[in-house]
Design a protein around this ligand. Structure first.
Ligand SMILES: [Fe+2]
Ligand SMILES: [Fe+2]
Length: 258
């Protein structure tokens, strides 16, 4: 706190200055930048260019590596490292995978359940099935990434043959009048006759929508299944020159200037 704090309430601009000072300390005097998408999430298209940002922070350089406010990642990160240090909703994934395991599903299905929402957990909500599938595609069987991609669409359509109903939670979240967009309907129709349809459908069946605080789930239970079904690159995720390596790097360094 600054010396002015005791005598009177801070003005808004003083509060902003203090916040910025606190952040700079945490950042080891580097300037972290928010990408356009982060600003859009606040409903804003405001953009402050590099020159102006640096002028506001004289003598400082931009952050071009790891953000010290986030957990440190190893030099050659594995999927497990991303689970532990980057994914924000690990419990949902573990509960779904645990359910799939207990139901006696084969390993590919269990892995698909474990990874089905990595898009949400590490990246972005909008079209999370597509993002998640793209992220894992170079490392898993086609069946797994295909299922992760289309679970996004299948969630909205019942399948009585496996006892899957339209989720009550979607009624609560989106209202009774919500209709999936045409591209989601088309995806569902294509998926219906696909050879991996049931793998994607089983993601929906095992998708847990209510957090159970008593559920005992542990990432350790899935280390062997990951080892057998996820091709961990020896260089580390992000450094292996696949079509999604840049996505893993962005997850690692979300505030890098470039
Ligand atoms: Fe999902
Ligand atoms: Fe889910």
């Amino acid at each position: 706190m600054g010396p002015h704090a005791a005598s009177r309430p801070l003005t808004l601009s003083e509060q902003a200055d203090e916040l910025e000072e606190k952040m700079m300390n945490e950042l080891n005097d580097k300037i972290a930048t928010k990408s356009a998408l982060f600003a859009m999430a606040d409903g804003s298209l405001d953009y402050v260019g590099g020159a102006e940002l640096q002028a506001r922070n004289p003598g400082k350089y931009f952050l071009m590596g790891a953000d010290p406010r986030l957990p440190k990642m190893p030099d050659k990160p594995t999927l497990i490292d991303f689970f532990k240090h980057r994914f924000v909703s690990m419990n949902h994934l573990l509960q779904s995978a645990t359910l799939a395991l207990k139901a006696g599903n084969e390993e590919k299905v269990v892995l698909a359940c474990l990874l089905h929402d990595v898009g949400v957990a590490g990246f972005i909500r909008c079209d999370h099935g597509y993002w998640g599938a793209q992220l894992i595609e170079p490392y898993v069987a086609e069946e797994v990434s295909w299922a992760v991609r289309v679970h996004q669409a299948l969630r909205f359509f019942p399948d009585e043959s496996v006892g899957y109903k339209y989720p009550d939670m979607y009624l609560k979240y989106f209202g009774p009048d919500y209709q999936p967009e045409p591209y989601i309907v088309d995806e569902y129709k294509r998926a219906r006759s696909h050879k991996y349809y049931m793998t994607a459908r089983l993601i929906c069946v095992n998708d847990i929508y209510s957090f159970d605080p008593d559920a005992k789930v542990n990432l350790d239970d899935f280390v062997d299944i990951i080892g057998r079904n996820f091709k961990q690159p020896k260089e580390g995720l992000g450094f292996d020159n696949t079509p999604s390596s840049h996505m893993w790097r962005t997850l690692m360094w979300p505030t890098r200037f470039l």
